[in-house]
Design a protein around this ligand. Structure first.
Ligand SMILES: Cc1cc2nc3c(=O)[nH]c(=O)nc-3n(C[C@H](O)[C@H](O)[C@H](O)COP(=O)(O)OP(=O)(O)OC[C@H]3O[C@@H](n4cnc5c(N)ncnc54)[C@H](O)[C@@H]3O)c2cc1C
Length: 327
């Protein structure tokens, strides 16, 4: 390890999982370093819908949060010909702002570096022959190099649980301030969303289970076109020049080898998004905090408190899980 920059803990990825881990580690007085390939603020494809539970975990007071923040007291759900309002307090943020703010708040030093190789050596880890550490936390999202280098065999990706999303965040003077979700529209194996943001932005997206689309020979772009056509016909959004981008991530599954010696996985790197609504920010934050507690306090790294569900209603979540993943 000689000639490397040594730190007690290195966190690969500065998204919600990595920044929460760094924030908590520093509170515990543990020296840590965040490596991210991007320069923050960076774009992140995401509807940016967060739960009250996630705010509590982050100890985030909306009054003092300095960026776009909107609260919904209900969600408008569309299911075939049915439409109803579901009472639920949820919030929207813009990821470009939120992630940069969280990372800065953590107080951890951040180095822009694209991690390629990680190897265990002398009881610690060496990263790209440039950095070394006693603990490494993989918080680099779906293609996290910590997963690729250390966990691929112990925690293989479950293809049936891969969610694929196509999304765009636009400057848009929306007039309907509710969040809308359309489930299984035109046989989409997933749902599409309309999420308004404070300050004149709007997030539109379509998410679906990749394996189901593939089996049917369907493209997510076709479903995007169905969706935007329907938005125009309904008078919600009138626009023609869309330029959506795609990303995939994994829902929670049964294989939970998320720690090997002093290496940890958190957030999307661990595949923790919920099985009913495919939400990943809350699980990323909670798992990042738990990884920090395991490192600093010697606790077991248990994700028992990271729920695989977004919805409290058991019937609704089981039904959604079956429709999305086959249960
Ligand atoms: C279109 C879409 C909509 C979504 N909407 C929602 C939603 O509304 N609510 C919700 O809760 N969840 C949503 N999700 C899921 C959510 O975005 C993720 O679960 C969440 O971002 C996971 O956070 P993370 O910190 O694990 O990973 P990320 O936020 O992906 O952060 C990973 C970081 O690692 C860095 N990195 C990657 N590779 C390397 C490398 N080799 N070296 C160095 N750094 C690297 C990246 O630059 C990035 O900054 C959505 C996902 C998609 C795709």
């Amino acid at each position: 390890m000689s000639g490397t920059e040594h730190c007690r803990a290195i966190i690969v990825g500065g998204g919600p999982a990595g920044s929460s881990c760094a924030w908590r580690l520093r509170r515990h007085g543990v020296e840590c370093l965040v490596l991210d390939q991007a320069v923050f603020p960076r774009e992140k494809l995401c509807a940016g819908w967060i739960t009250p539970e996630c705010l509590r975990d982050l100890e985030l007071d909306p009054e003092s949060y300095p960026h776009s923040f909107l609260t919904f007291e209900r969600i408008r759900v569309h299911l075939g010909p049915l439409g109803f309002a579901m009472a639920a307090t949820q919030h929207s943020i813009r990821r470009v702002e939120f992630d940069a703010w969280l990372l800065e708040r953590s107080g951890a030093p951040v180095v822009q570096h694209q991690v390629k190789s990680i190897r265990a050596e002398g009881g610690g880890y060496v990263i790209d022959d440039r950095f070394s550490c006693d603990y490494v936390v993989g918080a680099g999202g779906t293609r996290c190099p910590v997963h690729r280098n250390l966990f691929r065999e112990a925690n293989p990706r479950a293809r049936e649980l891969q969610a694929l999303a196509l999304e765009q965040e636009l400057p848009y003077e929306w007039s309907d301030a509710d969040c809308h979700l359309w489930f299984f529209h035109k046989r989409l194996p997933g749902y599409s969303w309309y999420v308004p943001k404070a300050g004149g932005h709007l997030n539109l997206g379509v998410g679906a289970m990749a394996a189901r689309l593939k089996r049917r020979g369907e493209s997510i772009h076709d479903h995007w076109n169905n969706f935007t056509g329907q938005l125009a016909r309904g008078g919600l959004v009138e626009r023609e020049d869309y330029d959506p981008a795609g990303y995939s991530y994994y829902l929670r599954h049964g294989v939970e080898t998320l720690r090997l010696d002093n290496a940890f996985l958190a957030g999307d790197a661990a595949g923790l998004a919920t099985r009913d609504l495919c939400e990943g920010i809350g699980p990323a934050v909670r798992s990042g905090l738990l990884a920090a507690d395991a490192i600093a306090l010697g606790r077991p790294y248990s994700l028992a408190s990271v729920s695989p569900w977004s919805l409290e209603n058991r019937l609704a979540r089981n039904w959604l899980d079956r429709r999305l993943t086959g249960g």
